[in-house]
Design a protein around this ligand. Structure first.
Ligand code: URP
Ligand code: ZN
Ligand code: ZN
Length: 467
């Protein structure tokens, strides 16, 4: 299955690359194919797809007074289990730090530890003369996109003037600007007022992060993109009004793109409000504290988001994998939702969760591959090597069994370093049977065969999605 069609075929892998995609029954230099190769993986009745590309992860991100609980080792192994063979993680530069140092540190964290291939985006948490001057050099480093934050004042926040200057550099160089589009200063006031009034439960995180402030920030980013000519990629879009902004900008001919995440397709603010457990009481809702937040199901965001995946108003699905345990991590915000580390862990389940959209008739099989692999590869300058099964491409291949079944839960399918699952109880029609990462079988129907260091840094080119 590719982004453009499906057909019965044999895929021939030689070393780390795809050698050929052949009609069933083809011979190799006159010899029967099966007799000429070292190993045959029988995928009869199953889908053979390019390995998943999760273009938004935060392994071991220092954030919210702690660090994301998956290391590059545990997080990439979990990704492999779930049929993802490439991640693009975010290297961090904070205000006062050098971009080069932040990137070098991320290379140190990842090198030798990853089970699958990995690339980096650069978080620019401090826009100043120094970091602006360093941005163009990222292209030679194979880091061709950078993220700024209109949210999180005092942490990664950039004001409009800083965003303008960084976008001007992006427009000049071809770097792709990624934006966390939420009006942080307004959200922080709303959050402060909620807490002052005694509304401290996790649910109020989503109340404070009003959709109006996602729509507004998305619009502001779009206009700055229009003004500067810098293409814009809005991360973790959850509000239908933000999608409408993206659609409007695209209809105006702008190079504006959006990503959503499984949590915004399946989970709602009401799920979070209703969550309660013996262990945590209403604090159970902390498991789903992420930004942008889960949105109300009464406002129709989830439905609109699926539609946007069909109409291409939203181009791709990443996880924003940013896991925190309840114990000693999420509990930092017990009694004050503002101190709950933001993030959900999903890197293991994205391919399965999105396949459910095929099962329920919301997206086609081809669109599933496009949203989870092919477009991420094109958007972030990896296509040809990644995102496609074709001669010369890296042999990143997943055999997916539509007749299989996957039960998600901490005591079931769970390899992420978390003490809970945000997806507990989800039953998946389908199963990741075999995962091949650059020619090596890393998951073989329930057995893990990979090792840390299998994964290599992917030097990315400029986006291949831009016209
Ligand atoms: O809740 C989230 N999204 N945590 C990770 C940081 C970010 O904003 O992507
Ligand atoms: Zn963000
Ligand atoms: Zn993120």
């Amino acid at each position: 299955v590719s982004a453009t069609g499906r057909s019965p075929a044999d895929v021939l892998i030689d070393g780390e690359t795809i050698a050929a995609v052949l009609a069933p029954g083809s011979t190799l230099l006159g010899h029967d194919l099966a007799a000429s190769v070292d190993r045959v993986i029988d995928a009869t009745g199953k889908y053979v797809i390019p390995g998943g590309i999760d273009a938004h992860t935060h392994m071991q991100l220092p954030f919210g007074g702690t660090s994301a609980s998956d290391t590059f080792e545990t997080g990439t192994r979990a990704a492999a289990w779930g049929g993802t063979t490439t991640i693009v993680d975010f290297a961090v530069q904070r205000a006062g730090e050098r971009i080069q140092d932040g990137l070098a540190h991320w290379h140190e964290l990842a090198a030798g530890n990853c089970a699958i291939d990995y690339g980096f985006h650069q978080i620019v948490g401090g826009v100043d003369a120094d970091s602006l001057a360093a941005l163009p050099g990222l292209i030679d480093d194979g880091v061709t996109s950078f993220k700024m934050f209109m949210a999180y004042p005092g942490v990664f926040y950039a004001d409009d003037a800083q965003i303008l200057r960084a976008m001007q550099v992006a427009a000049d160089t071809g770097l792709l600007t990624m934006m966390h589009a939420e009006n942080g200063p307004v959200i922080d006031v709303l959050a402060e007022q909620l807490v002052a009034a005694g509304n401290t439960d996790p649910y109020f995180h989503g109340v404070a992060r009003a959709w109006q402030m996602e729509e507004e920030a998305t619009h502001r980013a779009i206009m700055l993109s229009h003004l500067t000519g810098a293409p814009l990629y809005v991360v973790h879009v959850s509000a239908k009004q933000a999608v409408e902004q993206l659609a409007w900008a695209r209809d105006n001919g702008q190079n504006v793109f959006g990503e959503t995440c499984p949590q915004y397709l399946y989970l709602s603010l009401e799920d979070q409000l209703g969550a309660s457990s013996e262990e945590w009481g209403a604090f159970e809702g902390a498991k789903w504290v992420c930004s942008t937040p889960l949105r109300s199901k009464h406002e129709g965001h989830q439905h609109h988001m699926w539609q946007a995946l069909r109409t291409n108003d939203i181009q791709m699905v990443s996880t924003d994998h940013c896991p925190f345990c309840m114990k000693d991590q999420k509990t930092l915000g017990f009694g004050d939702f503002r101190a709950i580390p933001n993030g959900i862990g999903s890197v293991e389940h994205r391919m399965d969760l999105m396949y459910q959209g095929v099962v329920t008739g919301q997206i086609t099989l081809e669109r599933w591959v496009e949203l989870t692999s092919t477009t991420p590869a094109r958007m972030f300058g990896m296509y040809g090597k990644k995102g496609v099964i074709a001669p010369g491409a890296d042999a990143d291949v997943v055999v997916y069994d539509p007749a299989g079944h996957t039960s998600i839960g901490v005591d079931k399918t769970h390899h992420m370093n978390m003490d809970h699952s945000a997806w507990e109880g989800f039953e998946i029609d389908g199963h990741v049977d075999t995962v091949i990462s650059r020619g090596k079988v890393v998951v073989d129907d329930g057995t893990y065969l990979g090792s840390p260091g299998d994964g290599r840094f992917v030097k990315r080119g400029l986006s291949q999605y831009l016209v």
